[in-house]
Design a protein around this ligand. Structure first.
Ligand SMILES: Cc1ncc(COP(=O)(O)O)c(C=O)c1O
Length: 350
């Protein structure tokens, strides 16, 4: 059984695809950032299945293997807005575990088909039941069938792996350099909770900026999440409304995020409009050649507001959780034609 994976000192020969998770690059923005600051993006699409969630997917399986909670060949079940499911599908395929995913039917078609292509079964739950509906369905399937519930919203494997890899990578990449702001959004809260532990310890001057949809500003509202005795969310948070930033801000405050709020705090919580996020994702693609999804664009939108007000010479790092290719059927690509434009047609005819 494998040890906890690390991203240090690897060559380019790998025992299996899961060994390529992590160690993603931080890339400077040269054309869209204000001149008085430096902005870097951490490009999580360099992970094998193109999102930050590959990290947590691998760690959940490896921790469960080590503890004996996951038996050889046992079915894994998880509730996900897609990227965790895609990451788990990769890990389960490589290790021989059947995988069942529950996902609200509002998330992109690409996500469903990718998971099925990787061999997973995808059980769709009605969007009216929101995130909590897919979460309850996964718990029920695990209990009824004696399956292993991956439980990304509450598992310690989640924030722990971001502390051990994402956070460590950032500290290593910016050692000897300024790092004034780190900007991220949240889904489960694993990224922010885990990285914040490292930054608070090793880069205490770095401000942690948390972004969330303006129409689902759960943390910013200051209203507590109602919980059951076991800590699981007891219904939707009152500040939540459906939003266009897939992977961000479910209709409840996950336990993993709650831990981050309680332990590390954040320096600022900023609301963002998904339309601005999509516009920034497009600029990132056209002016920097960097392809990211709506959550990445929204994190950049937030970072650009912070950058405008930051003192000269400040250095910002922005998380880009996944790739734009996961959104071809969504509003992000709505204005991108599949057929030739008149200009292209004229070239074809010339
Ligand atoms: C597209 C996207 N962005 C951001 C996140 C947030 O990451 P985390 O769950 O670590 O908070 C997720 C997680 O599901 C995601 O799928």
């Amino acid at each position: 059984m494998s040890e906890t994976y690390t991203t240090e000192g690897r060559g380019q020969l790998y025992g299996d695809i899961t060994r390529t998770v992590g160690d993603t690059p931080c890339v400077r923005l040269n054309r869209i950032a204000p001149d008085h600051v430096e902005v870097y993006v951490k490009v999580e699409s360099f992970n094998p299945l193109s999102s930050v969630k590959d990290r947590l997917a691998l760690n959940i399986i490896e921790m469960a293997e080590r503890s004996g909670k996951l038996k050889p060949g046992q079915t894994v079940v998880e509730a996900t807005s897609g990227n965790t499911g895609i990451g788990l599908a990769m890990v389960c395929a490589a290790r021989g575990y059947p995988l069942v995913i529950t996902m609200a039917d509002s998330f992109s078609i690409e996500r469903r088909r990718l998971m099925r292509f990787l061999g997973a079964k995808v059980v769709l739950t009605p969007r009216a039941e929101k995130g909590i509906g897919m979460y309850r369905k996964a718990r029920q399937l695990a209990a009824d069938n004696d399956w292993f519930f991956a439980a990304q919203f509450e598992s310690e494997a989640n924030a722990d792996i971001h502390e051990a890899t994402t956070g460590r990578e950032i500290v290593a990449d910016f050692s000897g350099s300024r790092l004034d702001y780190w900007v991220t959004g949240y889904g489960t809260g694993g990224t922010v909770t885990g990285v914040a532990r490292v930054l608070r310890r090793e880069r205490p001057d770095c401000k942690i900026i948390l972004s969330e949809p303006h129409n689902a500003a759960l943390v910013g509202s200051g209203t507590e999440q109602a919980r059951n005795d076991d800590g699981s969310p007891d219904g939707s948070h009152p500040a939540w409304e459906p939003h266009l930033i897939q992977g961000w801000t479910p209709d409840f405050i996950p336990l993993v995020l709650q831990e981050g709020i309680d332990q590390n705090g954040f320096d600022e919580v900023r609301p963002v409009d998904a339309q601005d996020g999509m516009a920034w994702a497009q600029r990132l693609a056209r002016e920097e050649g960097i392809l990211t999804g709506v959550s990445g664009g929204s994190t950049v939108a937030t970072a650009m507001e912070v950058a405008e007000q930051a003192e000269a010479g400040s250095v910002l790092l922005v998380m880009l959780p996944d790739t734009g290719e996961r959104y071809l059927s969504t509003p992000l690509f709505e204005a991108i034609p599949a057929e030739m434009t008149p200009e292209e047609q004229a070239l074809a005819d010339s």
